[in-house]
Design a protein around this ligand. Sequence first.
Ligand SMILES: O=C(O)CCC(=O)C(=O)O
Length: 305
Amino acid sequence: MAARGARSAAPDFHAEVDMSHAVSHSIVPESTLRTSEVEAFARDGFLIKRGLFARDEMRLLDEAFVGDRAMHRRAYAVADDAGASTEIALWNDPGDDLFGAFARCARMVRGAEALLGGEVYHYHSKITMKPPGGGGTWNWHQDYGYWYKNGCLYPDMLTVAVAMNAANRENGCLEVIRGSHRLGRIEHGQVGSQTGADPERVRAVLERSERVAFEAEPGDVMFFHCNTLHTSAPNRSQRPRDLFLIAYNAAANDPCLPHHHPGYTKLDVLPDDAIRARAGVWAGESRVFLDPAEDKSIYGFRRLG
Ligand SMILES: O=C(O)CCC(=O)C(=O)O
């Protein structure tokens, strides 16, 4: 069978993979995911892995996040439908520092490959921040509501959300609708300054489906499909709520349009111990952050730095 996205420089073995059935079984022997977990992802559109990252690894990440001032200076705020703002810093190149080690380590990449059925590359990384007593709503959306417009032809993409602090409904944890990836792509339009899913459609889906809160401890992760509807509420607590989100695209799904995220770029996968080996290694000013002015899928932003 010819590989889809054939102009991709992806390795040949993808020619054997029919991505439309990609989530039904694992072809990635190095993955630590069990077949039952791959099946759960195919059924539910998400998979929660508790403690994928150890406490000491999360302490290193927290130290980097607090200490790396560039991350905060280059963050920007995006308004929700109620006029409150939620904050984000985003970059395309995973890099070779501690943040890059999380995005490139085998636990993450091989997991994403097991769930998407073949090689993936790093599409982008971001940290979304809701400070104590603040932060707005991420209105209901599918990530593919954004990424479709970027020329990603197939929904063979996913995001891994890494909880950086304890999260529950009070501080605005991530919430998903079980099975909503099977709806296909819903119409998206402007909601506040965000791209949001058609609110009428979301209401109807919510009446019929289970809403699941990703209540988490640091180091817990949720893999979720790019068509899984998700949201998060403002932070009504006195604790921060920060989420490290790493998006992967199937190598065979090289976007057909140039846009503000990369096309297929071979990912140099690191062993899992690369995180501890990069303790205190932060890219700082050398990281190239996305300038939100380049992002056509948001309708306004406010620079924070
Ligand atoms: O930070 C969150 O709660 C969700 C962020 C999100 O959905 C996104 O960046 O696409």
